[in-house]
Design a protein around this ligand. Structure first.
Ligand SMILES: Cc1ncc(COP(=O)(O)O)c(C=O)c1O
Length: 376
């Protein structure tokens, strides 16, 4: 049996929660969605949350809520999935890539600072592997430039930074609930913010920009059926069926975190003496919920180790090709060599299997196969 790099953990309670919603009147836009949003907000220590159909739609709603548009610049990390940048581009912004810290893979604050201009609208950090970014410094940098600090927390729900939960750190934060993530709704995501008005703007964008509140409408006397659109949005709604899965999963989040932490600690202890590897760094003021276990293979051997492990049924992954290496960016004129740390990190990186249901024996197997790959 092969071992994937990430996988969901589904309990009988999760299944029962989904099934229960299927016989109600509310498959979508119902009370379970509202309950799930409350649970996400509670976890993030924010006044509200808007649940959406994916991490990508969460990012898109977040940029839209911040008013990102033509003429704006968004500074972000290349060490991410393309969606962090693509959704800013979808809103008409120009994306600038700052380099990363070589040890954490997170955006480097000085590198971001060097890119700030009068057009900077958002500085978007990505909590790579689950490790929170330097939130206080990025927040100060963004606010000093009259910009917003957005946190792409696709990897890091339930992580904390200086004792504060991810979600409460930035002006706006996007979560992903894809199956490999820290918790899942199948597909899904959420937007949270300390300012409830921003969460409401994201909520409106999620549902076509529809304005239903008579007090806000331009033509409130049109009739009781009337709703109107003031700014365009899309349909990024999360069905109640999936919100039910999320609600059940979020009740298990500390169990998931404990398991991921134990796996992280075991890899770190048992791989410490292996030559040719660099293990992930952790700042002492964060408590990550580890989404990935990113190792860096020295000596130009990444591909060889990757292929050896895959052939042995350990389905390791690489996270990430620097975002601007994608041909879509290349065609816009972005050039390789721009962020040397991100490129070096990418050239060495392999993500070992990391998920709550990974057993003790499977972790032993991953370690054994990795050691064999390096000894080969
Ligand atoms: C850092 C990061 N941002 C955004 C996303 C997009 O999330 P989703 O796959 O839920 O759309 C992902 C998921 O792969 C991600 O890893």
């Amino acid at each position: 049996m092969s071992i994937p790099y990430g996988r969901q953990s589904i309990s009988e309670a999760d299944i029962a929660a989904v099934a229960a919603v299927m016989t109600t009147d509310w498959l979508t836009m119902g009370p379970v969605l509202a309950e799930f949003e409350q649970a996400v907000a509670q976890l993030a220590h924010t006044p509200a949350a808007t649940a959406v159909s994916s991490g990508t739609s969460a990012l898109h709603c977040a940029y839209a809520a911040l008013g990102v548009g033509e003429g704006d610049e968004v500074i972000t990390s290349p060490m991410t999935f393309v969606a962090t940048a693509a959704t800013a581009i979808a809103e008409g912004a120009k994306v600038l890539f700052a380099d990363v810290q070589l040890d954490t893979g997170n955006i480097d604050v000085d590198s971001a600072a060097a890119l700030v201009t009068s057009k900077t609208k958002v500085i978007a950090g990505v909590d790579y592997a689950g490790h929170p970014v330097d939130a206080d410094e990025l927040s100060a940098l963004a606010h000093g430039a009259g910009a917003f600090f957005l946190e792409d927390a696709a990897h890091s729900i339930a992580s904390t930074y200086r004792g504060r939960p991810v979600g409460s750190l930035a002006d706006i934060t996007a979560f992903s609930f894809f199956p490999t993530k820290n918790m899942t709704t199948g597909e899904g995501g959420a937007v949270v913010a300390p300012d409830a008005a921003l969460v409401e703007r994201a909520r409106r964008f999620r549902s076509h920009g529809l304005v239903r509140d008579k007090a806000e409408q331009r033509y409130p006397d049109e009739g009781p059926w009337h709703q109107e659109v003031h700014e365009f949005g899309l349909n990024y709604r999360l069905p109640d069926v999936l919100a039910a899965m999320g609600l059940s999963q979020i009740a298990r989040i500390e169990e998931f975190k404990a398991r991921r932490t134990a796996i992280f600690d075991r890899y770190t202890a048992e791989l410490a003496d292996v030559d040719g590897l660099i293990l992930p760094a952790k700042r002492d003021y964060v408590d990550p919920m580890w989404h990935l276990y990113p190792i860096r293979v020295q000596g130009g051997r990444r591909r060889e180790v990757f292929e050896f492990m895959r052939a042995q049924g350990v389905l390791v992954q690489v996270n990430y090709i620097p975002a601007y290496w994608h041909p879509a960016f290349e065609d816009l004129g972005y050039q390789r060599g721009m962020c040397p740390n991100a490129e070096l990190y990418y050239e060495q990186e392999i993500s070992l299997p990391m998920y709550a249901d990974l057993t003790h024996d499977q972790v032993s197997r991953v370690i054994e196969v990795l050691r064999a790959a390096l000894a080969a």
